[in-house]
Design a protein around this ligand. Structure first.
Ligand code: C5P
Length: 237
């Protein structure tokens, strides 16, 4: 099925699909990076966890009316997706204060945001993914104001669905990052991945961090934490 390596990112490889230019294969790597690639490590099995967890998230979102690039998990580390032109924005939704917003504007960690805070970052490694405003986003992403409105509305809809999804497995969705792309029909669809690499998840009972902060902050064994999330998701069905 997979053909040529098209692109290699920090966490995934992207392959073309033989005889179908409208599809791609995403192959999840075991690499973990943080602080814009400054901190790096490899974890045996991490690619498998992110592939399987992200697949479950996209399946749930699909069942709840959210269009994404996801087609199906092909095996333990790879998934088939619709080819999209990536919109170079990282859309972060925050329900609770944590991470960069605490450092940037001095809000107290754990403060609840109601309504959730939406932030846009420009996806550019050389610039260190800077925080941008809506006008910057329009300039940099070849999007119309209607596109941007749609992207934010979709991100908030995803937030509603994901909060319920993770609550069922006793996890609080603190914040997360989404990416969007345009498919061959020109529709804006959710793309990339949704996994504990891209979300902050806190155990509702204990407050324990159960996401990539375990690696960022050297809090314990990342693989054990990701295994725990997948087990909870598997037990839910
Ligand atoms: O670092 P910060 O607090 O801005 O991250 C907000 C959320 O976005 C976190 O859940 C983090 O894991 C995610 N994120 C990401 N990829 C990035 C930056 C942030 O998945 N490049």
């Amino acid at each position: 099925m997979k053909d040529k390596l098209l692109y290699e990112g920090k966490a995934k490889q992207v392959f073309t699909v033989a005889d179908n230019p409208e599809l791609l294969v995403l192959s999840y790597k075991n690499d973990a990076t943080a602080f814009n690639g400054v901190k790096k490590a490899q974890f045996q099995g991490k690619g498998r966890y992110n592939n399987l967890i992200s697949a479950k998230v996209f399946e749930y979102l699909h069942q709840h009316g959210i269009n994404s690039h996801f087609k199906e998990a092909l095996n333990e580390t790879e998934q088939l997706v619709e080819k999209t032109t990536i919109i170079p924005l990282e859309v972060v939704i925050r329900n609770v204060a944590a991470g960069s917003i605490v450092r940037r504007i001095g809000v107290e960690e754990k403060r609840i945001f109601n309504p959730p805070v939406i932030e846009l970052f420009y996806k550019d490694d050389d610039l260190g993914d800077p925080l941008i405003n809506d006008q910057h986003a329009l300039l940099l992403s070849d999007s119309t104001p209607e596109d941007l409105k749609k992207i934010k509305a979709m991100a908030l809809q995803v937030n509603e669905q994901l909060q319920a999804f993770f609550k069922e497995i006793n996890l609080q969705l603190v914040d997360f990052k989404l990416e969007f792309g345009r498919n061959a029909a020109g529709e804006i669809v959710l793309s990339d991945e949704v996994s504990p690499d891209t979300c902050r998840l806190w155990d509702i009972a204990t407050g324990e961090k159960m996401d990539k902060d375990v690696f960022r902050e050297d809090l314990g064994d990342l693989v054990t934490v990701y295994d725990n999330i997948l087990s909870r998701l598997e037990a839910k069905q």
